[in-house]
Design a protein around this ligand. Structure first.
Ligand SMILES: C[S@@+](CC[C@H](N)C(=O)[O-])C[C@H]1O[C@@H](n2cnc3c(N)ncnc32)[C@H](O)[C@@H]1O
Length: 238
């Protein structure tokens, strides 16, 4: 079992219900950030694409999108939403993805790095990202603030959601998701997996060791997400 497998069917609904207009705004701002860096027709690899929140609209706008996602049920939702759009779908992790051709842009956003639990995985994910970029390509990633590692309760009329985050050590946490959709009968969804808090320095130092340098901080373009966003580029001569 992979994180998200058990509640992929209600993942989008849960975020839409809990975060409402903010979630839509964040998606729109992230798409605008991509559009202002690469033109339609460019190739984009979306690491941890989830259900296609970004991959689907980008493909609709004419980008050549490859969605990399280790959870088969999440990828199945993306597949259903993609309809007739040509999105290449690869069910694997960022660390294991292999590709001969190079992309113009890689995305790794909305807490994807938090699923990497040790320094070795972070390094192999980031070195894989740089390996699959063109020399003038770019990687956009986010680093979630510690503030996101807290308990949350949402009690809406159409969905109740309880998230608990328990520290196992200063970095690694146990994340528990519990969702109920009221009805007769009500439907319940549960998930439990480990996540890790990475500091900005840990991520950027590891990225630098992998040959990726920060070209720009994008956090002001994507405010309120509880994360810092960066655009990194392969270092010359790496
Ligand atoms: C919070 S979701 C974000 C989805 C999407 N990036 C978005 O912006 O909506 C995190 C996703 O990362 C995926 N994931 C977990 N471990 C991963 C890994 N090692 N490599 C790539 N994706 C991973 C999860 O399965 C999940 O779909």
């Amino acid at each position: 079992m992979k994180p998200h497998d058990t509640w992929a069917d209600v993942y989008d609904f849960a975020y839409e219900q809990e975060f409402k207009a903010f979630y839509t705004r964040l998606t729109q701002s992230t798409l605008a950030t991509v559009r202002s860096r690469v033109r339609p027709g460019s190739s984009i690899v979306d690491f941890g694409a989830g259900t296609g929140r970004l991959a689907i609209p980008l493909a609709r706008e004419g980008y050549k999108v490859t969605a990399v996602e280790p959870s088969a049920p999440m990828l199945a939702r993306l597949h259903a939403g993609a309809d007739s759009l040509a999105i290449e779908q690869v069910c694997t992790s960022m660390q294991e993805f292999r590709r001969g051709t190079a992309f113009d842009l890689a995305l790794c956003v909305f807490s994807v790095l938090n699923y990497l639990l040790d320094h070795e995985s972070l390094a192999s994910a980031l070195s894989n990202a740089v390996d699959c970029l063109r020399p003038e390509g770019a990687l956009i990633l986010d680093v979630a603030d510690r503030g996101l590692f807290g308990n949350r309760n949402f009690n809406g009329a159409r969905l109740q959601r309880h998230v608990t985050v328990r520290a196992i050590d200063p970095a690694v946490h146990e994340y528990t998701e519990s969702i109920t959709l009221p009805g007769d009968p009500p439907r319940h969804y549960q998930d439990r997996f480990l996540i890790r808090h990475w500091t900005v320095d840990e991520v950027l130092d590891t990225a630098a060791r992998c040959g990726l340098g920060v070209a720009q901080e994008l956090s002001e373009e994507l405010p309120g997400a509880g994360a810092r966003y960066f655009l990194l580029r392969p270092m010359p001569g790496r």
